[in-house]
Design a protein. Sequence first.
Length: 357
Amino acid sequence: MDLMTRYMGLQLKNPLVASASPLTGELDSLRRLEDAGAAALILPSLFQEEIEAEAARYEHLTSAHDDSWPEGLSNFPKLPDAQHGPHQYLELVRRARQAVGVPVIASLNGISNEGWTSYAKQLEQAGANGLELNIYFIPADLAATGRDVEQRYLDILRSVRAAVSIPIAIKLSPYFSAVGNMALALEDAGANALVLFNRFYQPDLDLTRLQVLTDLKLSDPSEIRLPLLWLAVLAGRTRASLAASTGVTGAEEVVKYLLVGADVVMTTSSLLREGPGHLAILLAGLEAWLDAREFESLTHVRGIMSQRGMRDPQAFERANYIKILQGYHQPGRSVTGQPAPAVQSRTNGAMPIRPPS
Ligand SMILES: Cc1cc2nc3c(=O)[nH]c(=O)nc-3n(C[C@H](O)[C@H](O)[C@H](O)COP(=O)(O)O)c2cc1C
C-alpha cells in the first residue's frame, strides 16, 4: 500500500504525524513513535516566555547576591548563557535528529519579533527539518481589531520566513472571521503548511472553591468537525500543505481527514491516552480501510470528499444549515414525537465511497 505523502516540502512515508506534546519531548518516546510508524515528529514548543522568565529568575538570584554578599558570588558560579537560554531545547533538536530517521519539526512560540526570529535561526542551525509556529494568542485587548490579529500572524510569519530557509508551518487559530482568506494570506507570506487547528484551552470554574480551572481536557472525535469543514474548503485551493489536527482517536478520523484533503493527520490526545504504540493501530486501520475499498494509494482518496471533489459542494456550507437544523431528531423520537425508526441514515442518501474505475 502506497501511503506516501508530501508535507511542507518533506517526503513522508505515510500521513501520520505525532503533534507537539510531552511525548515528543523525550528521546525514548520519539523512538517509540517512530517504531509505531509516525512519519514525522513535532517537538513540543520552545516557549520564549519560559526561557526568558527562567533567565530573569537566574539574573535576579545572582544580582541579589551581588548586592548583599559580593564574595559569595565565587560560590555561585556564573552559568554560561547556554545553560539558561534555549540550550536544552536545541540539544533536544540535535538529539532527536540523531535518534530517529523521520523528519523532526521544531515548534516555536515566541513573544517578541526578536524572539521569533533569533530562536527560529537557532532551531534551524540545530538541524530541525522544519519549523511549526505555534502562534497561541487570545486577543483579550478589546481595542484589537480582527485586522490587527491577522496582521500579527502575518508579521510573525514574514519575519521568520526572512530569517530561515527550512519549511514553515503555521498552527492556525480556528477563530478568524475568514479562515480561507487568512490561509491564502499566510501562503502568500511564505507558509509552506497550515495546521488546522490550534486547540485553544478554555477555562472552566470550580464552584466549590470559586477558582478558575485550568485543567487540560484531551480531545475527542466530536472535535474533528470544524477542521473537517475548513480542510474540505481549502483542499486543492492553496499551495500550502494541509495538516489536520484535533480529535483523532481512531482510524476513522484519520480517514475522514484524508478524504477532505489533508496531506497529513496529526494526533496528540490519542497517543497520550493510549501510548505511542497507538500510532501503529491508526496506521493499520487506515490501511485496512483503503484495502477493503481497493484503493491502491493515498493519492486516490485524498480530497475526494473535499468541496472540490464533491458533487454537492454546498454540503459543507450554509445552504444546508436550515436543512440540518430541521432534520434534527431527538434520539429515539421522530419529529412528531413517535418512536423513530431503528436506523437513521446519517449520509442523506450519499453513495458509499468506491475507488475510481
Ligand atoms: C499535554 C499537552 C501538551 C501540549 N503541548 C503543546 C506544545 O508544546 N505546542 C503546541 O503547539 N501544541 C501543544 N499541544 C497541543 C497538541 O499539539 C495538539 O494540537 C492538540 O492536543 C490537539 O490535537 P489532539 O486532538 O490530537 O490532541 C499540547 C497538547 C497537550 C494535550
